[in-house]
Design a protein around this ligand. Structure first.
Ligand code: HMG
Ligand code: MG
Length: 298
């Protein structure tokens, strides 16, 4: 059966904007997040406290976070290491995310570490965040395929997921960073994780839509019992350190499907579409989301 309710983890302001070529003004980012909250999204990933040279698009995290911190929503932020955690906690962040990789190639490209060195880097981050009462999400990238290594063995993904759970992560997000997954592969991974004592209740899914499979993959995950789905308003997104990564599953496409299935999300689709149309205007190009286009009569 399908869940009665799905929690959307909105990543447009982070995953979406980290990949923009031009600089988006801090006030535009803040307004984007305010509008997303006004559209009914309750978990809005705001930014990353990473090295500003690695992701210059999010170098304004210190300026942005205080502008939105008063909103009545959860505002998770990415923190790769203790330096990032210090910066996030100093601003009052209550939800942080570390981000691991299932493959060595991407761990090196994205974190300048091996997979195990990255896990070692996260250990004190998770421990200190938990001790501070913050919630911790653990991303796992390249769960289905990797641009350098091709298909990724499931056992390799499960090992990293298990390690993040053992560090104390409250939830995991399974990343299809380059959007190559198909539904059977998703179900196979979810079943393997359950066998290794990673409960479905701790799992979210994070599909990029490169091959147009994100919605089908999401439906498969929902049928397996997953209730947390990452999506990005207007389908913004990508990863500067993974060639061939395109935008995430568009939040509007997700909400349209869930609404049709009678699954509650609390999101006002009209307001969300208006937000993505406004953001597309700021970025100077139309949203790739089919639902945004259909509902805005572009
Ligand atoms: P490094 O060069 O190995 O850093 O980068 P380091 O640990 O050697 O430190 C070098 C200098 O950087 C030091 O300064 C540190 O203090 C400073 P110095 O002592 O030389 O003056 N530094 C920092 N400054 C500010 N904030 C920090 C920080 N950390 C170190 N947090 C590092 C290692 C992890 C920092 C770097 O690789 C990095 O920032 N990577 C982030 C990459 C990134 O953000 N990628 C995108 C997010 S992941 C993603 O999009 C995938 C996802 O969507 C899921 C999916 O789709 O699969 C989540
Ligand atoms: Mg991503």
């Amino acid at each position: 059966g399908l869940p009665a309710r799905v929690r959307i983890h909105e990543v447009g302001a982070r995953d979406g904007l980290q990949n923009e070529k031009g600089t988006v003004p801090t006030e535009v980012k803040a307004e984007f997040i305010r509008r997303l909250a006004d559209a009914g999204l309750t978990t809005i990933e705001a930014t990353s406290f990473v090295h500003p040279k690695w992701v210059p698009q999010l170098a304004d995290a210190e300026q942005l976070f205080p502008l939105v911190a008063g909103l009545p929503v959860e505002l998770p932020v990415l923190v790769p290491n203790e330096r990032g955690l210090d910066r996030a906690l100093a601003l009052g962040a209550r939800r942080v995310a570390v981000f691991a990789s299932a493959t060595e190639s991407f761990a090196k490209a994205n974190l300048n570490r091996t997979v195990d060195e990255a896990l070692a880097m996260f250990e004190p981050v998770v421990a200190r965040a938990k001790a501070d009462g913050a919630q911790v999400r653990g991303y796992v990238s390249m769960c289905f395929g990797d641009p350098w290594e091709g298909q990724v063995p499931i056992a390799q993904v499960v090992r990293v997921c298990r390690a993040l759970m053992d560090l104390g992560c409250d939830e995991l997000s399974l990343g299809d960073t380059i959007g190559v997954a198909t539904p059977g592969h998703v179900l196979e991974l979810l079943a393997s994780l359950n066998e290794q004592r990673v409960p479905t209740s701790a799992l979210g899914v994070h599909f990029h839509d490169t091959y147009g499979q994100a919605l089908a993959n999401t439906l498969a995950a929902l049928q397996h019992g997953v209730t947390t789905v990452d999506a990005s308003a207007g389908g913004l997104g990508g990863c500067p350190y993974a060639k061939s990564a395109t935008g995430n599953l568009a939040t509007e496409d997700l909400v349209w499907m869930l609404r049709g299935l009678g699954i509650d999300t609390g999101v006002d689709l009209g307001r969300l579409v208006a937000t993505s149309v406004w953001m597309a205007g700021q970025l100077g190009r139309p949203s790739p989301s089919r639902t945004v286009r259909a509902l805005s009569h572009e």
